[in-house]
Write a protein that binds this ligand. Structure first.
Ligand SMILES: *Cc1c(COP(=O)(O)O)cnc(C)c1O
Length: 334
């Protein structure tokens, strides 16, 4: 795997730390839990999207882009990180925010990620839930082209083969760290959404033949659709790198912890957020990593993993989103 063949802008504070969670492991009494701190990628409070943006922005600059267009939910971490990277590189940014979560909560509508988007001064346009967001971005891009700009359109979550290269790079980074530490990784667990993180990780692990299983905990779609999305994108990513096909068995998602839907808080998410805060002083987010960790905790309680295992939880960031859900979380913490 030779990633220097692809245009890339180095943005992340990397390698991000790989740390043992001794207190949490003890508390749960199961496998030894480790955490890969991709909440600490360093740009505008960090998160997993900056990994993908290194390659996406590499391509944008190579194409002479002047204006980045992307989309997400109202409390999108991806939009916040894309906006930040656009600011750093001197590009303009338009974000389409889909009103995917039905709420009048002012914290959700104006706090957290939205506050940071406003402070960075990007152009924001809202679209109702269920809008064809790819078509909406194409319309905006056409409008910008007429106005003399060179737009670069980034899909939701930065999840296409170019973006997924960012997580192929993380596969290499993580395995190198583990080799250095003498740590045998038996499994990687993380929250999966638009699929680029898991697809890139799986693609990278296949490329380097690491033979480490990855379990994605779903945050939106049902299992079959989520696994198909990850599988298709993982294959497109190894293909882009000139590598082998990804075996279907390498893609596994558990979508039992989504709750009522995307971005709708669950009690098990709140429990996971508080447990991590109270054992490790690590903050998860309410939409992704909180639900991902809720899944991991439940599976440990159900004895799904051997006690000898070393499990790495990939923290994908998003803590800023906590401030979009303060009502729910304050009630849970009371
Ligand atoms: C986007 C996001 C994810 C999901 O990553 P995908 O690549 O979209 O599957 C997980 N956690 C956080 C905090 C995110 O912002």
């Amino acid at each position: 795997m030779h990633l220097s063949r692809f245009p890339r802008v180095k943005l992340c504070h990397a390698p991000t730390p790989l740390e043992k969670m001794s207190n949490l492991s003890k508390k749960l009494g199961g496998p030894t839990l480790w955490i890969k701190r991709d909440d600490c990628t360093g740009i505008a409070t960090g998160g997993n999207k900056v990994r993908k943006l290194e390659f996406l922005m590499g391509e944008a600059l190579a194409q002479g882009a002047t204006h980045v267009v992307t989309q997400g939910a109202v409390q999108s971490n991806h939009v916040r990180q894309t906006a930040a990277v656009a600011m750093m590189l001197g590009l303009k940014c338009t974000a389409l925010l889909e009103q995917r979560v039905q709420t009048n909560d002012p914290d959700y509508l104006e706090g957290g990620n939205v506050l940071m988007d406003h402070l960075m001064g990007i152009d924001i346009e809202y679209r109702p839930a269920g809008t064809d967001m790819n078509a909406a971005m194409a319309e905006v891009a056409a409008r910008l082209t007429v106005a003399g700009e060179t737009p670069y359109v980034i899909p939701g979550g930065g999840s296409n083969p170019v973006g997924a290269l960012g997580y192929a790079a993380v596969a290499l980074e993580l395995v190198n760290q583990a080799n250095e530490m003498g740590l045998r990784i038996d499994r990687i667990v993380h929250a999966t959404g638009s699929a680029g993180t898991q697809a890139g990780l799986v693609a990278g692990l296949v490329m380097i033949n690491a033979r480490i299983p990855v379990l994605g905990i779903g945050t939106r779609r049902a299992r079959e659709a989520q696994e198909q999305a990850v599988f298709d994108l993982a294959n497109a990513t190894t293909k882009l790198m000139g590598g082998p096909a990804v075996p279907r068995e390498a893609v596994e998602a558990n979508c039992d912890y989504v709750g009522a839907g995307y971005g709708i808080p669950t009690d098990s998410m709140a429990e996971a957020v508080m447990l991590l805060a109270r054992t490790e002083a690590i903050f998860l987010d309410p939409v992704y990593s909180g639900k991902g960790m809720a899944g991991l905790i439940d599976l440990i309680r159900r004895k799904s993993f051997a006690a000898e295992e070393n499990i790495v939880f990939l923290h994908t960031g998003g803590q800023v989103g906590l401030f979009g859900y303060s009502d729910f979380l304050n009630r849970a913490a009371a």
